[in-house]
Design a protein. Structure first.
Length: 166
């Protein structure tokens, strides 16, 4: 075997190069697998879930206000109906992509205590409609077109419901 000036034979250099190449081929998939530590059965939360939850909460709060303050019963009932429809549509879209286990329904929202005064109740409902409109509008650009259309409708619905209470 011929040794070169470096002291290594040609065969030794080729073996070392092969080991480095094979080591790199094995190391890349192992590091890729090591980076995948999340449970494959666990799904990322749907970005529409907070909006559906908030719509259910807004409907429950509006129903509580309608029951507690007869002066606002008409507008609060309209808001409750509109937000219930929003929650239903949003939940249907969530369930379309990630069907829930059979028979499982989203939890019902517990209404917050209704404000004592008509002006405080009006402000609460207006703030809720503004928040609903802003949340839906903020997601429009980050979702597929069919979901963007749904979010645009929810945002526009919240804007119109804000006018009902104004």
């Amino acid at each position: 075997m011929t040794r070169y000036a470096s002291g290594f034979s040609r065969r030794a250099v080729l073996r070392a190069g092969l080991r480095v190449s094979l080591g790199a081929l094995v190391a890349v998939p192992l590091t890729a697998v090591a980076g995948c530590t999340s449970d494959p059965g666990q799904k990322a939360p749907d970005p529409l879930e907070p909006l559906a939850r908030q719509a259910r909460q807004d409907a429950a709060d509006a129903n509580a206000i309608a029951a507690a303050l007869p002066d606002l019963a008409g507008p609060a009932t309209a808001i409750a109906k509109g937000r219930t429809e929003h929650a239903t549509a949003l939940q249907a879209e969530i369930d379309r992509l990630n069907p829930p286990p059979s028979g499982q329904k989203p939890p019902a929202a517990a209404p917050a205590a209704a404000p004592k005064s008509t002006s405080a109740a009006k402000k609460k409902l207006q703030a809720a409609m503004t928040k609903g409109r802003q949340q839906a509008a903020a997601l429009v650009a980050s979702v597929p077109r069919n979901r963007a259309g749904l979010l645009g409708s929810v945002s526009a619905g919240c804007a119109s419901l804000h006018e009902v209470i104004s």
